[in-house]
Design a protein around this ligand. Sequence first.
Ligand code: MLT
Ligand code: ZN
Length: 468
Amino acid sequence: MTLYPPSESAALLDGIRAFIEPAHVRTDPDSALTYGRDWTRLHTPNPLAVVLPGRIEQVQQLVRYANEHRLPLVPSGGRTGLSGAAVACQGEIVVSLERLNRILDFDPVDRSVTCQAGVVTEVVQNFARDHGLYYPVDFASRGSSQIGGNIATNAGGIKVIRYGLTRDWVTGLKVVTGRGDLLDLNRGLIKNATGYDLRHLFIGSEGTLGLIVEATLKLARPLREPSVLVLGVPDLNGIMAIYDLFRRKLELTAFEFFSELALRHVLNKGLHRPFDSETPYYVLIEFENPDGLHTDEALALFEQCAEQGWLADGVISQSEAQAKELWRLREDISESIAEHQPYKNDIAVRIARVPALLAEMDELLQREYPDFEVLWYGHIGDGNLHINILKPADRESAAFAKQCGTVSEHLFEALQRYGGSISAEHGVGLTKKPYLHYTRDEAEISYLRAIKQVFDPQGIMNPGKIFD
Ligand code: MLT
Ligand code: ZN
Protein backbone atom coordinates (compact mmCIF):
# COMPACT_ATOMS: atom_id res chain seq x y z
CA MET A 1 0.00 0.00 0.00
CA THR A 2 1.53 3.30 -1.10
CA LEU A 3 0.45 5.99 1.28
CA TYR A 4 2.69 8.95 1.94
CA PRO A 5 2.72 10.90 5.21
CA PRO A 6 0.92 14.24 4.68
CA SER A 7 4.08 16.37 4.85
CA GLU A 8 5.85 14.21 2.30
CA SER A 9 2.89 14.06 -0.05
CA ALA A 10 2.40 17.83 0.04
CA ALA A 11 6.05 18.30 -0.98
CA LEU A 12 5.72 15.67 -3.72
CA LEU A 13 2.69 17.41 -5.17
CA ASP A 14 4.40 20.80 -5.02
CA GLY A 15 7.13 19.22 -7.10
CA ILE A 16 4.53 18.30 -9.75
CA ARG A 17 3.07 21.82 -9.62
CA ALA A 18 6.45 23.07 -10.76
CA PHE A 19 5.82 21.64 -14.25
CA ILE A 20 2.01 21.22 -14.41
CA GLU A 21 -0.24 24.20 -13.73
CA PRO A 22 -1.40 24.00 -10.06
CA ALA A 23 -5.08 24.08 -11.11
CA HIS A 24 -4.47 20.75 -12.86
CA VAL A 25 -3.00 19.02 -9.84
CA ARG A 26 -6.13 18.31 -7.82
CA THR A 27 -6.56 16.87 -4.37
CA ASP A 28 -10.19 17.73 -3.63
CA PRO A 29 -12.50 14.84 -2.61
CA ASP A 30 -14.81 15.29 -5.60
CA SER A 31 -11.98 14.87 -8.10
CA ALA A 32 -10.61 11.92 -6.13
CA LEU A 33 -14.00 10.21 -6.27
CA THR A 34 -14.69 11.03 -9.91
CA TYR A 35 -11.28 10.24 -11.35
CA GLY A 36 -10.24 7.54 -8.90
CA ARG A 37 -12.56 4.83 -10.17
CA ASP A 38 -14.23 3.32 -13.22
CA TRP A 39 -17.69 1.77 -13.62
CA THR A 40 -16.88 -1.01 -11.19
CA ARG A 41 -17.91 0.07 -7.74
CA LEU A 42 -16.02 -2.51 -5.72
CA HIS A 43 -13.05 -0.45 -4.52
CA THR A 44 -12.99 2.80 -2.60
CA PRO A 45 -11.04 5.42 -4.56
CA ASN A 46 -8.13 6.88 -2.64
CA PRO A 47 -5.69 8.64 -4.98
CA LEU A 48 -2.97 10.94 -3.68
CA ALA A 49 -3.92 13.41 -6.42
CA VAL A 50 -5.48 13.72 -9.85
CA VAL A 51 -3.15 15.28 -12.42
CA LEU A 52 -4.31 16.53 -15.82
CA PRO A 53 -1.39 17.22 -18.14
CA GLY A 54 -2.15 19.43 -21.14
CA ARG A 55 0.92 18.59 -23.26
CA ILE A 56 2.91 15.48 -24.08
CA GLU A 57 6.04 17.04 -22.53
CA GLN A 58 4.15 17.36 -19.25
CA VAL A 59 3.26 13.66 -19.42
CA GLN A 60 6.94 12.85 -19.90
CA GLN A 61 7.97 15.14 -17.05
CA LEU A 62 5.40 13.51 -14.82
CA VAL A 63 6.59 9.99 -15.62
CA ARG A 64 10.21 10.96 -15.02
CA TYR A 65 9.28 12.63 -11.75
CA ALA A 66 7.30 9.55 -10.73
CA ASN A 67 10.34 7.38 -11.41
CA GLU A 68 12.53 9.66 -9.35
CA HIS A 69 10.17 9.55 -6.38
CA ARG A 70 8.70 6.07 -6.89
CA LEU A 71 5.20 7.42 -7.32
CA PRO A 72 2.64 4.98 -8.77
CA LEU A 73 0.62 6.35 -11.70
CA VAL A 74 -2.85 5.23 -12.79
CA PRO A 75 -3.77 6.31 -16.34
CA SER A 76 -7.39 7.34 -16.64
CA GLY A 77 -9.55 7.71 -19.76
CA GLY A 78 -13.33 8.04 -19.77
CA ARG A 79 -13.51 5.75 -16.70
CA THR A 80 -16.09 3.49 -18.32
CA GLY A 81 -13.98 0.38 -17.68
CA LEU A 82 -15.53 -2.71 -16.11
CA SER A 83 -12.51 -4.41 -14.55
CA GLY A 84 -11.05 -1.84 -12.15
CA ALA A 85 -8.01 -1.16 -14.37
CA ALA A 86 -8.38 2.60 -13.92
CA VAL A 87 -9.07 2.44 -10.18
CA ALA A 88 -6.72 4.27 -7.80
CA CYS A 89 -7.31 2.96 -4.31
CA GLN A 90 -3.73 2.80 -2.96
CA GLY A 91 -2.58 6.42 -2.82
CA GLU A 92 -1.60 6.55 -6.52
CA ILE A 93 -1.58 9.56 -8.81
CA VAL A 94 -4.35 9.44 -11.38
CA VAL A 95 -3.23 10.77 -14.74
CA SER A 96 -6.20 11.95 -16.75
CA LEU A 97 -5.52 12.84 -20.37
CA GLU A 98 -8.89 14.50 -20.89
CA ARG A 99 -7.20 17.84 -21.68
CA LEU A 100 -5.39 16.14 -24.56
CA ASN A 101 -8.60 16.14 -26.54
CA ARG A 102 -7.83 17.50 -29.99
CA ILE A 103 -8.16 15.93 -33.39
CA LEU A 104 -4.80 16.71 -34.98
CA ASP A 105 -4.98 15.52 -38.54
CA PHE A 106 -7.23 13.95 -41.16
CA ASP A 107 -5.98 12.33 -44.33
CA PRO A 108 -8.70 11.55 -46.90
CA VAL A 109 -6.33 9.56 -49.10
CA ASP A 110 -5.09 7.37 -46.28
CA ARG A 111 -8.60 7.50 -44.79
CA SER A 112 -7.14 8.09 -41.35
CA VAL A 113 -7.53 10.44 -38.44
CA THR A 114 -4.88 11.33 -35.87
CA CYS A 115 -6.09 12.39 -32.46
CA GLN A 116 -4.95 12.88 -28.90
CA ALA A 117 -5.72 10.18 -26.36
CA GLY A 118 -8.42 12.12 -24.52
CA VAL A 119 -10.75 12.45 -27.53
CA VAL A 120 -14.12 10.83 -26.82
CA THR A 121 -15.06 7.87 -29.06
CA GLU A 122 -18.23 9.53 -30.32
CA VAL A 123 -16.28 12.63 -31.35
CA VAL A 124 -14.12 10.46 -33.62
CA GLN A 125 -17.22 8.69 -34.95
CA ASN A 126 -18.92 12.01 -35.71
CA PHE A 127 -15.75 13.45 -37.23
CA ALA A 128 -15.51 10.43 -39.53
CA ARG A 129 -19.20 10.74 -40.49
CA ASP A 130 -18.80 14.46 -41.26
CA HIS A 131 -16.00 13.50 -43.65
CA GLY A 132 -18.08 10.82 -45.39
CA LEU A 133 -16.38 7.97 -43.52
CA TYR A 134 -16.96 5.66 -40.58
CA TYR A 135 -15.10 4.70 -37.40
CA PRO A 136 -16.59 1.25 -36.77
CA VAL A 137 -15.48 0.50 -33.21
CA ASP A 138 -18.70 1.09 -31.34
CA PHE A 139 -20.32 0.41 -27.97
CA ALA A 140 -22.85 1.89 -25.57
CA SER A 141 -20.26 4.02 -23.70
CA ARG A 142 -19.30 5.85 -26.91
CA GLY A 143 -20.35 9.19 -25.38
CA SER A 144 -17.84 9.06 -22.51
CA SER A 145 -15.11 6.51 -23.32
CA GLN A 146 -11.90 7.99 -24.70
CA ILE A 147 -9.68 6.75 -27.53
CA GLY A 148 -6.69 6.26 -25.21
CA GLY A 149 -8.73 4.06 -22.88
CA ASN A 150 -10.22 2.13 -25.80
CA ILE A 151 -6.73 1.35 -27.05
CA ALA A 152 -5.41 0.48 -23.59
CA THR A 153 -8.19 -2.11 -23.28
CA ASN A 154 -8.37 -3.09 -26.97
CA ALA A 155 -12.08 -2.30 -26.80
CA GLY A 156 -14.46 -4.55 -28.74
CA GLY A 157 -18.16 -3.74 -28.79
CA ILE A 158 -21.05 -4.44 -31.11
CA LYS A 159 -19.50 -4.51 -34.60
CA VAL A 160 -16.61 -6.92 -34.05
CA ILE A 161 -17.97 -9.70 -36.29
CA ARG A 162 -17.55 -7.42 -39.30
CA TYR A 163 -14.88 -4.90 -38.27
CA GLY A 164 -12.75 -6.51 -35.59
CA LEU A 165 -11.41 -4.91 -32.41
CA THR A 166 -9.79 -1.53 -31.71
CA ARG A 167 -6.43 -3.18 -32.49
CA ASP A 168 -7.49 -3.56 -36.12
CA TRP A 169 -7.98 0.20 -36.55
CA VAL A 170 -4.84 1.61 -34.93
CA THR A 171 -2.14 2.36 -37.51
CA GLY A 172 -0.03 4.64 -35.35
CA LEU A 173 0.54 5.27 -31.66
CA LYS A 174 2.54 7.76 -29.65
CA VAL A 175 3.26 6.51 -26.17
CA VAL A 176 5.21 7.70 -23.15
CA THR A 177 6.78 4.58 -21.69
CA GLY A 178 7.14 3.90 -17.98
CA ARG A 179 10.73 5.17 -18.38
CA GLY A 180 9.50 8.50 -19.70
CA ASP A 181 10.55 7.99 -23.33
CA LEU A 182 8.26 9.16 -26.12
CA LEU A 183 7.91 6.47 -28.81
CA ASP A 184 6.31 7.13 -32.20
CA LEU A 185 5.09 3.66 -33.19
CA ASN A 186 4.28 2.68 -36.80
CA ARG A 187 3.41 6.25 -37.90
CA GLY A 188 0.19 5.39 -39.73
CA LEU A 189 1.76 2.84 -42.05
CA ILE A 190 -0.27 -0.07 -43.39
CA LYS A 191 2.87 -2.09 -44.06
CA ASN A 192 6.00 -1.98 -41.94
CA ALA A 193 8.12 -5.11 -41.77
CA THR A 194 10.90 -3.90 -39.48
CA GLY A 195 10.78 -6.30 -36.56
CA TYR A 196 8.71 -6.29 -33.37
CA ASP A 197 5.60 -4.13 -33.57
CA LEU A 198 5.60 -2.39 -30.18
CA ARG A 199 2.30 -0.71 -31.02
CA HIS A 200 0.52 -4.00 -30.41
CA LEU A 201 2.08 -4.40 -26.97
CA PHE A 202 0.51 -1.13 -25.87
CA ILE A 203 -2.89 -2.08 -27.29
CA GLY A 204 -4.59 -3.94 -24.44
CA SER A 205 -1.80 -3.18 -21.94
CA GLU A 206 -4.25 -1.53 -19.49
CA GLY A 207 -1.83 1.26 -18.61
CA THR A 208 0.83 -1.06 -17.25
CA LEU A 209 3.58 -0.21 -19.78
CA GLY A 210 3.12 3.54 -20.16
CA LEU A 211 0.64 6.16 -21.32
CA ILE A 212 -0.89 6.33 -24.77
CA VAL A 213 -0.89 10.00 -25.77
CA GLU A 214 -1.79 10.02 -29.48
CA ALA A 215 -3.25 7.61 -32.04
CA THR A 216 -3.74 7.37 -35.78
CA LEU A 217 -6.90 5.45 -36.64
CA LYS A 218 -8.06 4.00 -39.93
CA LEU A 219 -11.55 4.85 -41.15
CA ALA A 220 -13.93 2.81 -43.29
CA ARG A 221 -16.66 3.61 -45.78
CA PRO A 222 -20.00 4.24 -44.03
CA LEU A 223 -22.54 1.50 -43.46
CA ARG A 224 -25.19 1.39 -46.18
CA GLU A 225 -28.69 1.63 -44.69
CA PRO A 226 -28.35 -1.07 -42.04
CA SER A 227 -31.49 -3.07 -41.19
CA VAL A 228 -32.00 -4.60 -37.76
CA LEU A 229 -33.87 -7.81 -36.98
CA VAL A 230 -34.83 -8.89 -33.47
CA LEU A 231 -35.87 -12.54 -33.18
CA GLY A 232 -37.43 -14.40 -30.25
CA VAL A 233 -35.58 -17.66 -29.58
CA PRO A 234 -37.09 -20.45 -27.44
CA ASP A 235 -33.82 -22.07 -26.43
CA LEU A 236 -30.11 -21.36 -26.32
CA ASN A 237 -29.20 -23.95 -28.95
CA GLY A 238 -31.25 -22.18 -31.60
CA ILE A 239 -29.06 -19.08 -31.38
CA MET A 240 -25.97 -20.49 -33.06
CA ALA A 241 -28.07 -22.34 -35.65
CA ILE A 242 -29.64 -19.00 -36.60
CA TYR A 243 -26.19 -17.40 -36.73
CA ASP A 244 -24.87 -20.09 -39.01
CA LEU A 245 -27.77 -19.76 -41.43
CA PHE A 246 -27.85 -15.96 -41.59
CA ARG A 247 -24.11 -15.51 -42.03
CA ARG A 248 -24.08 -17.93 -44.96
CA LYS A 249 -26.42 -15.66 -46.92
CA LEU A 250 -25.95 -12.12 -45.61
CA GLU A 251 -22.92 -10.00 -44.75
CA LEU A 252 -23.75 -9.36 -41.08
CA THR A 253 -22.46 -6.31 -39.20
CA ALA A 254 -23.70 -7.47 -35.79
CA PHE A 255 -25.07 -10.60 -34.15
CA GLU A 256 -25.97 -10.03 -30.50
CA PHE A 257 -28.09 -11.87 -28.00
CA PHE A 258 -29.85 -11.18 -24.69
CA SER A 259 -32.17 -13.04 -22.38
CA GLU A 260 -35.77 -12.22 -21.48
CA LEU A 261 -34.60 -11.52 -17.91
CA ALA A 262 -32.15 -8.94 -19.26
CA LEU A 263 -34.78 -7.44 -21.57
CA ARG A 264 -37.13 -6.85 -18.65
CA HIS A 265 -34.66 -4.39 -17.12
CA VAL A 266 -34.66 -2.15 -20.19
CA LEU A 267 -38.45 -2.44 -20.44
CA ASN A 268 -38.62 -1.21 -16.85
CA LYS A 269 -36.74 1.89 -18.01
CA GLY A 270 -39.47 2.73 -20.53
CA LEU A 271 -38.59 0.82 -23.70
CA HIS A 272 -41.22 -1.30 -25.45
CA ARG A 273 -41.25 -5.00 -26.14
CA PRO A 274 -40.23 -5.66 -29.78
CA PHE A 275 -43.27 -7.97 -30.31
CA ASP A 276 -46.02 -9.47 -28.18
CA SER A 277 -44.67 -12.94 -27.52
CA GLU A 278 -42.09 -13.61 -24.84
CA THR A 279 -39.23 -16.05 -25.40
CA PRO A 280 -36.36 -16.87 -23.04
CA TYR A 281 -33.79 -15.43 -25.49
CA TYR A 282 -33.54 -12.90 -28.30
CA VAL A 283 -31.03 -12.25 -31.02
CA LEU A 284 -30.37 -8.95 -32.72
CA ILE A 285 -29.00 -9.12 -36.26
CA GLU A 286 -27.78 -6.17 -38.28
CA PHE A 287 -26.92 -6.20 -41.99
CA GLU A 288 -26.46 -3.65 -44.72
CA ASN A 289 -29.62 -3.36 -46.76
CA PRO A 290 -29.38 -0.51 -49.30
CA ASP A 291 -32.74 0.18 -50.94
CA GLY A 292 -34.16 -2.88 -49.18
CA LEU A 293 -32.09 -5.10 -51.51
CA HIS A 294 -31.76 -7.92 -48.99
CA THR A 295 -35.14 -7.71 -47.25
CA ASP A 296 -36.64 -10.68 -49.13
CA GLU A 297 -33.57 -12.80 -48.41
CA ALA A 298 -33.77 -11.92 -44.70
CA LEU A 299 -37.47 -12.79 -44.59
CA ALA A 300 -36.82 -16.12 -46.31
CA LEU A 301 -34.15 -16.90 -43.70
CA PHE A 302 -36.61 -15.93 -40.99
CA GLU A 303 -39.14 -18.45 -42.40
CA GLN A 304 -36.52 -21.17 -42.59
CA CYS A 305 -35.54 -20.64 -38.95
CA ALA A 306 -39.19 -20.61 -37.90
CA GLU A 307 -39.79 -23.94 -39.70
CA GLN A 308 -36.88 -25.46 -37.80
CA GLY A 309 -38.37 -24.19 -34.52
CA TRP A 310 -35.29 -22.06 -33.83
CA LEU A 311 -37.31 -18.88 -33.51
CA ALA A 312 -40.82 -18.04 -32.39
CA ASP A 313 -41.33 -14.45 -33.48
CA GLY A 314 -39.46 -11.48 -34.88
CA VAL A 315 -39.43 -7.95 -36.21
CA ILE A 316 -37.43 -6.13 -38.89
CA SER A 317 -36.76 -2.38 -38.78
CA GLN A 318 -38.54 -0.28 -41.40
CA SER A 319 -36.56 2.91 -40.81
CA GLU A 320 -33.34 4.19 -39.30
CA ALA A 321 -35.27 5.38 -36.25
CA GLN A 322 -36.75 1.90 -35.73
CA ALA A 323 -33.35 0.28 -36.13
CA LYS A 324 -32.01 2.58 -33.39
CA GLU A 325 -34.93 1.74 -31.10
CA LEU A 326 -34.30 -1.99 -31.57
CA TRP A 327 -30.59 -1.52 -30.82
CA ARG A 328 -31.50 0.12 -27.51
CA LEU A 329 -33.07 -3.16 -26.33
CA ARG A 330 -29.57 -4.62 -26.33
CA GLU A 331 -27.36 -1.59 -25.74
CA ASP A 332 -29.25 -0.19 -22.74
CA ILE A 333 -29.01 -3.41 -20.71
CA SER A 334 -25.72 -2.62 -19.02
CA GLU A 335 -26.85 0.78 -17.75
CA SER A 336 -30.31 -0.48 -16.78
CA ILE A 337 -28.84 -3.07 -14.37
CA ALA A 338 -26.05 -0.90 -12.90
CA GLU A 339 -28.14 -0.12 -9.80
CA HIS A 340 -28.10 -3.85 -8.94
CA GLN A 341 -24.28 -3.85 -8.72
CA PRO A 342 -23.93 -6.86 -11.02
CA TYR A 343 -21.01 -9.24 -10.72
CA LYS A 344 -19.80 -9.38 -14.31
CA ASN A 345 -18.33 -12.25 -16.22
CA ASP A 346 -17.11 -11.49 -19.72
CA ILE A 347 -15.97 -14.74 -21.24
CA ALA A 348 -14.89 -15.80 -24.72
CA VAL A 349 -14.59 -19.08 -26.53
CA ARG A 350 -14.09 -20.07 -30.15
CA ILE A 351 -17.39 -19.72 -32.02
CA ALA A 352 -17.63 -23.45 -32.79
CA ARG A 353 -17.52 -24.22 -29.07
CA VAL A 354 -20.22 -21.75 -28.04
CA PRO A 355 -23.17 -24.20 -28.02
CA ALA A 356 -21.43 -26.79 -25.81
CA LEU A 357 -20.05 -24.14 -23.47
CA LEU A 358 -23.44 -22.41 -23.24
CA ALA A 359 -25.13 -25.65 -22.25
CA GLU A 360 -22.53 -26.36 -19.56
CA MET A 361 -22.55 -22.79 -18.20
CA ASP A 362 -26.32 -22.70 -18.11
CA GLU A 363 -26.47 -25.90 -16.10
CA LEU A 364 -23.71 -24.71 -13.75
CA LEU A 365 -25.27 -21.29 -13.19
CA GLN A 366 -28.71 -22.74 -12.47
CA ARG A 367 -27.12 -25.08 -9.94
CA GLU A 368 -24.83 -22.52 -8.27
CA TYR A 369 -27.11 -19.51 -8.29
CA PRO A 370 -30.59 -20.93 -7.64
CA ASP A 371 -31.63 -17.77 -5.77
CA PHE A 372 -29.83 -15.12 -7.80
CA GLU A 373 -30.98 -13.30 -10.89
CA VAL A 374 -28.55 -14.28 -13.66
CA LEU A 375 -28.65 -12.30 -16.89
CA TRP A 376 -27.14 -13.35 -20.20
CA TYR A 377 -26.30 -11.05 -23.05
CA GLY A 378 -23.43 -10.26 -25.33
CA HIS A 379 -21.65 -10.48 -28.61
CA ILE A 380 -22.36 -14.12 -29.20
CA GLY A 381 -21.33 -13.88 -32.86
CA ASP A 382 -17.75 -13.32 -31.59
CA GLY A 383 -18.02 -16.12 -29.01
CA ASN A 384 -18.25 -13.43 -26.28
CA LEU A 385 -20.84 -13.90 -23.53
CA HIS A 386 -21.59 -11.45 -20.73
CA ILE A 387 -23.01 -13.18 -17.66
CA ASN A 388 -24.24 -10.75 -15.01
CA ILE A 389 -25.27 -11.87 -11.53
CA LEU A 390 -27.39 -9.24 -9.81
CA LYS A 391 -26.75 -8.52 -6.15
CA PRO A 392 -29.83 -9.17 -4.02
CA ALA A 393 -30.75 -5.93 -2.23
CA ASP A 394 -30.27 -7.45 1.22
CA ARG A 395 -26.82 -8.93 0.46
CA GLU A 396 -23.67 -7.17 1.63
CA SER A 397 -21.38 -6.23 -1.33
CA ALA A 398 -18.18 -7.93 -0.15
CA ALA A 399 -19.95 -11.19 0.76
CA PHE A 400 -21.75 -11.19 -2.58
CA ALA A 401 -18.50 -10.62 -4.53
CA LYS A 402 -16.82 -13.41 -2.56
CA GLN A 403 -19.58 -15.87 -3.31
CA CYS A 404 -19.56 -14.95 -7.00
CA GLY A 405 -15.78 -15.28 -7.06
CA THR A 406 -16.06 -18.88 -5.85
CA VAL A 407 -18.57 -19.69 -8.57
CA SER A 408 -16.31 -17.98 -11.12
CA GLU A 409 -13.66 -20.54 -10.35
CA HIS A 410 -16.01 -23.37 -11.38
CA LEU A 411 -16.96 -21.40 -14.44
CA PHE A 412 -13.35 -20.75 -15.40
CA GLU A 413 -12.38 -24.39 -14.87
CA ALA A 414 -14.97 -25.30 -17.47
CA LEU A 415 -13.87 -22.43 -19.67
CA GLN A 416 -10.28 -23.60 -19.49
CA ARG A 417 -11.33 -27.00 -20.82
CA TYR A 418 -12.86 -25.23 -23.80
CA GLY A 419 -9.68 -23.18 -24.36
CA GLY A 420 -11.59 -19.96 -23.64
CA SER A 421 -10.67 -16.59 -22.13
CA ILE A 422 -11.75 -15.14 -18.77
CA SER A 423 -12.09 -11.74 -20.40
CA ALA A 424 -13.16 -11.11 -23.96
CA GLU A 425 -13.25 -7.32 -23.90
CA HIS A 426 -13.54 -5.81 -20.41
CA GLY A 427 -9.92 -6.56 -19.48
CA VAL A 428 -8.22 -8.01 -16.42
CA GLY A 429 -7.55 -4.93 -14.26
CA LEU A 430 -8.15 -5.73 -10.61
CA THR A 431 -11.31 -7.78 -10.80
CA LYS A 432 -10.03 -10.58 -13.07
CA LYS A 433 -6.44 -10.60 -11.81
CA PRO A 434 -6.93 -13.58 -9.47
CA TYR A 435 -8.14 -15.65 -12.42
CA LEU A 436 -5.58 -14.76 -15.09
CA HIS A 437 -3.92 -18.17 -14.81
CA TYR A 438 -7.04 -19.82 -16.23
CA THR A 439 -6.25 -18.22 -19.58
CA ARG A 440 -2.48 -17.58 -19.52
CA ASP A 441 -0.13 -20.23 -18.15
CA GLU A 442 2.77 -19.47 -15.79
CA ALA A 443 5.35 -19.48 -18.57
CA GLU A 444 3.34 -16.95 -20.55
CA ILE A 445 2.77 -14.75 -17.51
CA SER A 446 6.54 -14.71 -16.87
CA TYR A 447 7.01 -13.27 -20.38
CA LEU A 448 4.36 -10.64 -19.63
CA ARG A 449 6.27 -9.68 -16.49
CA ALA A 450 9.53 -9.48 -18.41
CA ILE A 451 7.94 -7.17 -21.00
CA LYS A 452 6.67 -4.91 -18.24
CA GLN A 453 10.13 -4.79 -16.75
CA VAL A 454 11.53 -3.45 -20.05
CA PHE A 455 9.02 -0.62 -20.40
CA ASP A 456 8.52 0.14 -16.71
CA PRO A 457 11.58 -1.03 -14.76
CA GLN A 458 10.52 0.69 -11.53
CA GLY A 459 6.96 -0.64 -11.67
CA ILE A 460 5.31 2.78 -11.44
CA MET A 461 2.77 2.22 -14.23
CA ASN A 462 -0.58 1.06 -12.91
CA PRO A 463 0.94 -1.32 -10.36
CA GLY A 464 -1.18 -4.28 -9.24
CA LYS A 465 -3.22 -4.40 -12.43
CA ILE A 466 -3.38 -7.53 -14.68
CA PHE A 467 -0.77 -9.33 -12.51
CA ASP A 468 1.36 -8.63 -9.42
C1 MLT B 1 -21.96 -4.59 -23.26
O1 MLT B 1 -21.74 -5.44 -24.13
O2 MLT B 1 -23.10 -4.17 -23.03
C2 MLT B 1 -20.79 -4.05 -22.54
O3 MLT B 1 -19.67 -4.88 -22.66
C3 MLT B 1 -21.07 -3.69 -21.12
C4 MLT B 1 -21.47 -4.82 -20.23
O4 MLT B 1 -21.09 -5.95 -20.48
O5 MLT B 1 -22.17 -4.58 -19.26
ZN1 ZN C 1 -19.79 -6.09 -24.37
